[in-house]
Design a protein around this ligand. Structure first.
Ligand code: KG4
Ligand code: ZN
Length: 334
């Protein structure tokens, strides 16, 4: 079964064709992130305008190898995200579904991030413990089966990606902050492999729950930079990255001990972070727990994950019932 996935929840416009949820035939992503570098963050109105420019060329490109007649269904992100951006993808999907008489499957963007791990020769075994860390969300979920997710914890304030983005801005680094901090951190760690990185707080790390809090990190970085003008910026990157990685790893491993999953999955844009990946690989090896982490290009927003999620959760909807829901949570089935 071939599904055309369409994603437009934020600043990426993406379309992909995926076969049986696991094999990518095409995947095209256009990003307006570069435009947002100037403003240090996304301006929703501008992001939506860029989506409008890109959506038709991106879908066209994704359908180069597969005629629309050979597509069995269309999966589209309905939320969470920016309303103006979401509507662009949804209206494109609805128009195609209506014109070519294709069934349409609504997709929860956060759950789709997890499916980046299923686009694989070897799919993860249930129950999976999944850490989903993106720009707007950080959630720990127990996935018992397709369509059976139990939320067990998440951020109380800023998401992990948001913490990277906001602290990067404080350091004068470009948007998105995650890759920039990752790069600075790598430079510092390569030159100072034994340096103890303990400058910033790890809120809630020892609390008896599976929640996170990252807003204090931003304040701590602000205070520190105000009082220490000459500190090596790369060291600060390494300190920020380590504080985030420590909390994510410790809380996730605590959840592993409690829920005893058969596999551990990392997902979302922040999962592209090398240091986070390496730390998870090491820990999972120690625990002898099968660990999955998507290739970097499937961590950040794309439409292959949308098509895969649609395949494994085939809730067909009438075209007129598909609606954007900017506030959708990982707990909500679309
Ligand atoms: O999942 P995603 O592409 O979009 C959302 O659904 O939000 O995640 C974007 C987030 C941004 O906050 C970005 O800074 C972060 O992922 N990110 C990274 C890296 N690449 C992207 N964070 C840390 N290290 C990276 N290499
Ligand atoms: Zn995302």
């Amino acid at each position: 079964m071939k599904i055309l996935g369409i994603e437009s929840s934020c600043d990426e416009t993406a379309a992909a064709v995926v076969e049986d949820g696991v094999k990518i035939i095409s995947s095209v992503v256009a990003s307006s992130a570069e435009m947002h570098v100037k403003t240090g963050g996304i301006i929703p109105e501008k992001a939506a305008r860029e989506q409008l420019k890109s959506i038709i060329p991106v879908i066209n490109e994704a359908l180069k190898e597969t005629k629309i007649e050979n597509i069995d269904a269309i999966g589209v992100t309905i939320g969470p995200g920016l309303i103006g951006s979401l509507l662009v993808g949804i209206e494109a999907a609805r128009t195609l579904a209506y014109t070519f008489r294709k069934p349409i499957i609504p997709v929860n963007h956060l759950i789709a991030h997890i499916y980046a791990n299923f686009i694989n020769d070897k799919v993860p075994q249930f129950p999976c413990l999944c850490l989903v860390v993106s720009g707007g969300h950080s959630d720990l979920v127990l996935m018992k089966d397709h369509g059976h997710l139990e939320w067990i914890g998440g951020t109380r304030d800023d998401a992990a990606g948001e913490a990277f983005d906001k602290t990067a801005r404080l350091l004068g680094l470009p948007y998105p902050g995650g890759p920039a901090i990752g790069l600075g951190a790598k430079t510092f760690i390569d030159n100072n492999p034994d340096f103890e990185l303990s400058l910033f707080p790890r809120p809630m790390i020892n609390d008896d729950n599976f929640d996170f809090s990252f807003s204090g990190l931003k304040t701590a970085v602000l205070r520190y930079t105000e009082n220490n003008k000459d500190i090596d910026k790369n060291r600060l990157c390494a300190e920020i990255q380590q504080a985030i990685v420590d909390v994510l790893l410790k809380k996730t491993i605590k959840a592993v001990g409690f829920y005893k999953p058969k596999s551990l999955l990392l997902a979302g844009g922040v999962a592209a972070n090398n240091h986070l990946r390496e730390n998870f690989v090491k820990k999972a090896e120690e625990l002898n727990l099968p660990f999955y982490c998507p290739p970097r290009l499937l961590c950040t927003d794309n439409a292959a994950t949308i098509a895969s999620c649609a395949f494994f959760n085939q809730k067909l909807y009438p075209v007129e019932k598909i609606e954007a829901n900017p506030e959708l949570t990982i707990n909500d089935a679309p």
